[in-house]
Ligand binder design. Structure first.
Ligand SMILES: *Cc1c(COP(=O)(O)O)cnc(C)c1O
Length: 368
């Protein structure tokens, strides 16, 4: 049996253990510490986000964003429907009301026209939009940003999958009032688990930092006028992040190369369409994703599994989830069609051209 090809396994640089050893030597075996500051600094300098806060997860980062903005019970929050539940659960944590907006075919991300319609139809004025850049490809930030500005809706970017993706030369995650990156085990970089909240506004990050450490007032004892969460990143995990950031550009190049290999081998097949990249953007191609016009993707997935190759359906849109059967939504069928016809292919940055060929051969066998 061939060795298993995973969808997106961790890929260490080799430097992480040096930084972990440094963390051990300093005895900062705790949340917070010098590695957390270094990791935050490396994200700031890479993304040019002026303020960054390292956290336990990106879900926690999005939760803190809503909390800091004062979004709570009964508030309407617009959100990309075609996303992972981690984008959306924070809306529920705050007892707010999600309003799901479907995708367009040009980006597979949130459709700006539907966003306008959703705002017009919302039961009350939405306070914020959580916009996902899916699979590391940028949404239409020009149009979406303009709509948010015009309606006074706060933009929060779920950049969990899109660290390093560029929109007109600027980093995804830095267009909104908040942006969130994830370092979960399957993302382009990983700390085994972790997240980062960024914002142009220092006072927002300061407030998020306060909530992330149990909302402790300034006193020698434990004094609380508000409640918070225990959401900070550990210094040990931040040491992994410091090592990972050193190879982010390499990882992005490798993901894009893997995508190019898939494209070279499969683009002549007329029933295959790859996830597009909007003009003026450069995604990180976190996962290579495609759709089949005629073939059931489940047949392809099972055939790949038979060759010890992991693949996965595209995200199931939130408006189709049982949890959200009553939720507000505006749909056009796009994300449902993508879910029903699409597949994520193995895209780990250790893959060789031969590995990609192995995947493509199996796909071609199913389609022929
Ligand atoms: C992974 C992911 C999240 C959640 O990130 P965690 O760090 O695992 O909490 C949120 N949104 C999207 C789109 C993701 O892919």
């Amino acid at each position: 049996m061939n060795p298993r090809l995973f969808l997106s396994p961790p890929h260490m640089s080799g430097r992480e253990q040096t930084y972990i050893a440094e963390a051990f030597e300093s005895n900062y075996i705790a949340p917070l510490g010098p590695m957390v500051e270094r990791f935050e600094q490396s994200i700031r300098s890479y993304t040019q986000a002026p303020n960054a806060l390292a956290l336990s997860t990106a879900t926690a980062a999005l939760h803190l964003a809503l909390r800091v903005l004062g979004i709570g019970r009964g508030d309407v929050v617009l959100a990309s429907s075609f996303t992972f539940i981690g984008s959306i659960a924070p809306i529920l944590y705050q007892d707010a009301i999600p309003f799901f907006v479907d995708s367009d075919t040009a980006s597979w991300n949130l459709d700006p026209e539907l966003l306008e319609q959703a705002i017009a139809r919302a039961p009350k004025k939405p306070k914020a939009l959580i916009l996902t850049h899916l699979y590391g490809q940028c949404a239409d930030l020009d149009r979406i940003g303009e709509i948010c500005n015009r309606h006074g809706i706060i933009l929060i970017e779920d950049a969990a999958e899109s660290l390093g993706a560029l929109y007109r030369g600027r980093q995804s995650g830095t267009f909104g009032v908040f942006g969130a990156y994830s370092f979960n085990g399957n993302k382009i970089l990983t700390t085994s688990g972790g997240g980062m909240l960024v914002s142009p506004q220092k006072e927002f990050i300061d407030k998020a930092r306060f909530y992330s450490t149990q909302a402790r007032d300034d006193a020698p004892h434990y004094e609380h006028t508000e409640f918070g969460y225990n959401y900070r990143m550990s210094n040990i995990l931040a040491a992994i992040g410091v090592g990972q950031m050193e190879v982010l550009d390499e990882r992005i190049s490798a993901r894009r190369q893997i995508f190019e290999w898939y494209r070279e081998e499969l683009e002549s097949i007329d029933e295959i369409t790859f996830m597009p990249e909007l003009e003026g953007t450069r995604g990180n191609r976190w996962l290579t994703t495609l759709t089949f016009e005629r073939t059931d993707p489940e047949r392809v997935r099972l055939a790949l599994e038979g060759q010890n190759i992991e693949s996965r359906p595209l995200w199931k849109p939130m408006h189709l989830q049982p949890l959200f059967k009553e939720a507000l939504r505006i749909e056009n069928g796009t994300s449902q069609r993508l879910f029903e016809t699409g597949l994520c292919l193995p895209s780990g940055t250790r893959m060789s051209r031969d590995d990609v060929s192995r995947v493509c051969e199996t796909i071609k066998t199913v389609l022929s």
